[in-house]
Every structure is written in structure tokens, then in C-alpha cells.
Design a protein around this ligand. Sequence first.
Ligand code: GAL
Length: 926
Amino acid sequence: MLLLVACATASAAARERLSLDRGWLFHQGDLVEAPIVGHEESYSNAKAGSAGGAAGSEYDDSDWRRLDLPHDWAVEGPFDPKANVAQGYRPRGIGWYRRYLKVDPSDRGKHFELQFDAIATHATIWVNGNVVNRNWSGYNASYIDITPFLRYGDALNTIAIRVDAEAMEGWWYEGAGMYRHSWLVKRSPLHVVTDGVHATPRQLKDKQWSIPVEVTLNNSGKQAGEATVEVTVYDPSGKQVAQRTAQARIGVLATSSVQLPIAINNPALWSLEKTNLYRVTTRVIQGGKVYDEVSLNTGFRTIRFDASQGFFLNGVHVKLQGVCIHQDHAGVGVAVPDSVWEYRLRRLKELGVNAIRFSHNAPAAEVLDMVDRMGFVVMDENRNFNPSPDYMKQLEWMVRRDRHHPGIVLWSVFNEEPVQATEVGYEMVRRMSAAVKALDDTRPVTAAMNGGFLTELNVSHAVDVVGSNYQVPDYDRFHKARPDKPFTSSEDTSAFMTRGEWKTVKEKNLIASYDDDAAQWGNTHRDAWEAIATRPYVAGGFVWTGFDYRGEPTPNEWPSVSSVFGIMDLNGFPKNAYYIHQVQWIKDQPLIYLAPHWNWKQGDNVRVMVMANVERFKLLLNGRELADQKVDPYRMNYVNVAFEPGKLEAIGYKGGKEVARAVVETTGAPVKLELVPDRAQLAGDGRDAMPITVRALDAQGRAVPLANDEVTFAISGGGRSIGHGNGDPNSHEDEKGATRHLFNGLAQLIVQTNYDSKDAVTINASAPGLQAAALTIPVKPVAAEPFVTLADAPLTFVRSWRIAPDGDARPDPNQKLASFDMNTWGWGSPPMRAAAGSKYHLYRASFTPRKNLADGSGHIRFAAIKGKAEIWLNGQLIGKKDSFAAGPLDVALPAGAGKRELNVLLEAEAGQGVGIEGNVTIEPAR
Ligand code: GAL
């Protein structure tokens, strides 16, 4: 007979996903324990739960820094010219995190999973002194079942993480630490596993679609379970459009899947313009109660890469106007808050981007949700190219987590691998592609090759769509040789410009913004796009890069610390490339832009660039017509103008009519600061962060393009600064301090609301000689995400005890065991109870009190002792309990530091048992 798992308690609630971002303790630098030499230590070290030092349960972390995630410690530190150039001269190193966790006894029987969305770069994770995971990629999540290790009630649980950020997986700035979110997920023992709902729609015929849902369940309970799995599909308005159920039987500690193909007729399609998202909710039902519930969004759309015509979405041709991006932003490093990601994606949308390649790794899950909502197609890229089991797991994790996103249209298994034109490369890709297909056969697999695709056997033979990084001269040769193979640029451009600079000054590592300079392997923005746009068989392009990022300061080195490839700078401020691409990519709206600014010296001959998507334009200086030209949509237009102060105007025409106008004006000197918020209000959830533009205005309120004033910030109310930047790739300013220089007229401050505050955030900005600016941003009360209660640990638990053979003769309470004797005494951990029998029972343990108790202010607290007791510490009697009845005992801890030996001698009342029946803790005075 089958038994229901419904462990009769009140735990029928669906899953709880609690944020574990708050309340971490952090230590920068490694903590290395002295080598183990003794016999007993060697023996103990090898046992479950006995990791020592900072990895262990009991460790004095009272002087560690307290912080909330996401966190990147590398961006907090100074630059070092001797540090790695590719990582932006930021020393990374090693760090430790610890977090305490209390688990309510009423949750006993539930399934507990820790989730770390990503940690840079290698992480070793312990729970209660047990190694529970080693994750050797900075771009993969770890999901860890911690249920067997848990302690309930007052006995704290300890999570310890050693992060090795010396390890490098990239040649760009990778940050250091727990830079994405972390979670604790509580579920019923019979539950849907993480990423366990496969719901990727496919078109059957015309308007008939199916979601061949597959749900994977696990049962960590003590009995086999039977449950109803119910899958419900809701349309974009929230209306239920389909439901299906299936019965599942999951054995004890087993995992199995159920299939629930769901037919959907005539769904509203997902497209770049109309991001119709359907919600798929899976419930696990037992005895009429919902025991687990999980939802995801998906979308209905078709994709096709055609070898001669490129990419089609829902049968409509779409040229991929793409960018590659890393995860990195001014002020915060790789610890980019979700709301700053939203800002970045919004900027890309405004630019006319319709495709994103997350290079060279999978992004945060929240980012892919935004991408689906905002309407981009995505190349999701695997980081490590290696088909061996550990690495294959990384690839499979990405596909399992991401396959429901309608935005994802390509899986990329690698970026630029030297073996790409060899049999080895081909064999590796063949295996990795098969692994992807086994999990999702609805999207093509690609690999970003920087050459080699014309050789006899190479990776292009193992992928569905050939991705080319650069290699523009080979585009046509490839297409001619392999006319049936779909082809896209997977990376192009790699042009250089420093925001707001109009003269290249080699000694200062400054590069002009006229789009004249590109890496030897790359092309200018205009050349790269022309090559792609004019070839119908090329599905599209992915500009390297949408934004500047730290590290890889090519073509420069120190003192340059960030890249200059971006269409926008590290803050998301547009460079001139932004306007070049915008006029090429946005077609349904007349656009015209003028560059550079108009603050020059009399006598300067200025190269003026006009960027437009209209037919003709006229250029006027102070009302005088200087030029009337046909717009060149690929090359853009240039006019040399002898500078005179005033107003330079470009008027754009279509069919002879004025449709757009651009103006640059000569400004006066800066007289005041201005703070421009990105949005009207902040959410008071402790997470919402907003970039604020800082600029200087002249007396007439015009932004001064070359202002470089040093601004001091003061933030008060319900928020704080989490960093700032100015887009200067050569700046070594502290990104977290109170001051920042404007760079070519701009800086950006990022403020974030505090947890538990509804107060508005006020920012004051001042600079010598300028009128200060103040900005108050209202805070909308929004509850913080449910989170794991903070648990302080001023306590040391004495958990590991040795138990002497009992007897009726009083033993020497301070007797010692030979260090090699692991067997004559027993082992135990409170609660320890001995049944009625012998009179005397001796227990022995050691502990190291926290530093703050060395002055004698500490106490040893026994929550409950049954029997009379003598407490001996390092051979001295320090306390006694004179009654046989069970009760607490509190003994003052004598002053002193270091390891202590604790012996407890219990005496039983005739016919009764004894025991150390509750926790033993070393605590400060209460
Ligand atoms: C490519 C590479 C990118 C970046 C770029 C710079 O080869 O894929 O990660 O390094 O070059 O031009």
C-alpha cells in the first residue's frame, strides 16, 4: 500500500523561497589553519561535520564585516599596476563569508535547499562543518540540499564559504565574491526539483501549439509518495487557458519525471514588440492540499535561421542588431543590482538593440526575465569549453535553467577556442551540442569562432548556426563554400572611443569619438555594420560591446583600467557610437544627431559629424547654411567647420519636409550642479537602486560638456550610495568614497534604498565654486522580499563530546585519554542521555571562547543537566550543580584565551538516568 508523504503536521504550505542576501559576515584574505600534527586532530579532521577554522561551525568571526549581497570586494579595493591587466588592475584574492541560520523545529521534515546564483570564482561551501559543494565556475549557480545537515531550534546552523577569486575564467574584470543573489528554499519533502519544470512551447501546425511539459520531482521523505501534479497555463492577462494533471509516484529518496503535454490553440505570440508571456504554474497536490508550487514564464514564437536570408521570428525577417555585454557597472563592479540591469537593458532598447549576446557566460536569471519582458532575443553562452563531466554539468545547468525563456534563440557552447579548426574541437562541440539537444532541441547551437571555419574539418560542422567573431573578409568565402549553412556574426566591431573625447592623445590613453579607430582584428562601428547589413545571409551582428567594462583596456595598458569598446561607457552614458548605431537601427522614427559639442576656441577647425536616418540635412551655424547634403546611412556625413561660438544646427528632411533637428550650443562656464534621477521614485524594498546623473550647468542651464569638477556627495534618509563612476577609463578614483570628478561633463551616483525604511532619499552634491544641487527621491513603501531571519552568533556551541565508560566508583574527573585512543570512550553531542544504571558519568570536550570573552566576562551555559554535576575547566573545579533534578546551569568562564578543556562529571540519583540534555554554549553575560 502506498502512503502519502503528507507528514501529518501543518506543513502543507507551498514552497517558501527566502532571500539569503542579508546578514553575511565577510573576511577579506585567506584564513589558513596551522597544519594538523596530532593523532587525535588527524582522526577528528577526517570526520563528517568537523571542518576546522573558518570553515567550521564554531569560529570566532565576531570582528568580521557585516554586509548584504550582492557583493564584489574587488571593486572596493585600490588599483595595483602590478595586478592583472585583463582584470582591470584590481587585485582579487581570496575571501571568506559566513552566515548563521536558525531553523524552526516545526520545519523538521521539510526539504531545505541553499541556492547561490553565482560566486566569483571558485567557491567551497560548508554547512555545519561539512563540505557541501565545490563550484568551480563563477557563472554557475549551486543548488545544495542541506536537509540532512540541519540542526533545529536554538542550535544554530553555520554556512561558511571560501571564495578563491585568484582563479580566472575570463580575460575581463570578473569581480570577487558573492555577486549574485542567494536563497534558502523550503519545500515539502515531495517537491519539484529546482529548474525541474521543462515548459518550452513548440508549434505543431499553424495556430496549434503544444507545451510538452515535463516535471521532475524528488522525494526526500521517509515514505514513497503519490501526488497529483497539476500544470496550469495562464495567458498574458492572467486568465487560465489550459490545465492538465497527472499522477506521480516517487520512491523514497528518488527523483522521477512526469510528462504533461498541453495543447494550446491560437496563443498570442511573443515578439520583440509584443512580449506576450504565459505563466506556467506547477502544483504538487496530496490529499487535496498543495504541497509545492512553482511558476515560470514562457512565450510562443517560432525562430528560424535561414542560410540565405538570415533570422526569422514568427516568420518575419529580423536582422539581429545585437551587442555583446559583460556583467559590470560603474560603482558596483559585477554586483549589479537587478534595477541597474533594468536601466542598462532600457538603454539598449532605446538604442535600437534587438539582440544580446551575454558574453561569455550565462547572465543572472533575473536578467533573462527582464529580457523576455522588454523584448530582446538572446544568445546564451556557456563559459567553459570542456565536455568532461564537471563542465558538462555547467552547460546542462544553463540549458535547464534557461530553456523556458522565449527570448533565447541560440545556445553558444564556446567563444574563440584555439582548437576550433581541429578534430579535437569538432569532437568536443559534437558532444556538447548533443548534451544541449538532449535538454532542448528547439533552438540551434552555435559557437563563436574567430576563424578556422574554412578548413576541411572544424567546429562549424558540428553546430547549427556558424558564429563568426570578426573575420569580415571571410564572410563571403564561407557563404560561397557552404551556402546551406546559416551564418551570423557572433561578435564584431571592437572599435575604440573614449566618451566625450574628440582628439586622440596617445600619451593620455584618450581616443577620439569619430569612429576612426578599431582593433586590428575588428572594424569601426560603421564598417562592421555595413558588412553585416548589406549581406542578407548574415543573420546579424553583435557589437563588441554594448557598454564599456572593467579590464581589457585594449589598445592601452596602465593607467587605463577599463575597456573603451563600449557603445556606452561603464555608466551607460552614450558615446558617439550610440548615435551612429541608433540612426542605423531605428527606422520608424526620424533621427538626427550632431557631434561634437560646440565649446571650441576661435580659429579651431572642427570636424563636424552628422548622424541621421533621414534623406537630407542642412547644417547651419548661427543661422548661416554651411552644407546641404544627402545622408549617407552607413558612413555618416562630415563637414569641416571653422569654429565660432553660438549655435550649430542640423535640420533633417524627408520628402523635402523637415522631420528632425539637432542642436549643439556653445555654453558658458559651469555655475551649478544638477542631479538627474533615472526614475521618479525608488521602491523601499532595500534592493531598488537608481543611477543618478550628475552634471554641471552654465548660467543659462545648459549642460557643460567639458566640466570636470570634483563633486562631493552626502546622502541622507532611507538610502545610501552604493558607488559611483564617470566613464573615464583612466580614472583611479575610489568608486565607493564621498567624492567623484565629472568626466567630460558627467558622473553617475547610484543610490539604493535601505531595508526597512520608508523615508525619501535625499542627495546633496557640492563642488568648489559651484552652486550645490539637492535631490529628494520619494520612496514607495514596498515590502522587502521574504528573507531568512538574521541570526547573530555571539555564541560558541560545545558540540563534540567524548563520553567515558560509566561506573559506580567516582572517576578522576580530569583523567586524560591517550591521543591515539579513539575507542575506549564514546562520542556524543547534546542532547546526551544515559539510562538508569551506573552512578558516575564523565564527559569531556574542548572549546575556544571568542576573543571578547578572554577578560573573564563569559559564561558556560548548560541549557539542561540531569543529575548532580561538577564542572572542571583545565583541571580546576569551576562550578557545581547540587540537585539531581534536570535544570540549567550557568558557570562563569575564567579569564584567558585559547583552547580550553571542559570535563563534566555527573552523578545519578539511584534508579535514575543522567544527561547533558540541552545545548552547551559559551556566551557573554546576559
Ligand atoms: C574577442 C573576444 C572578446 C574580447 C574582444 C576584444 O576576441 O571574444 O572577449 O576580448 O575580442 O576585441
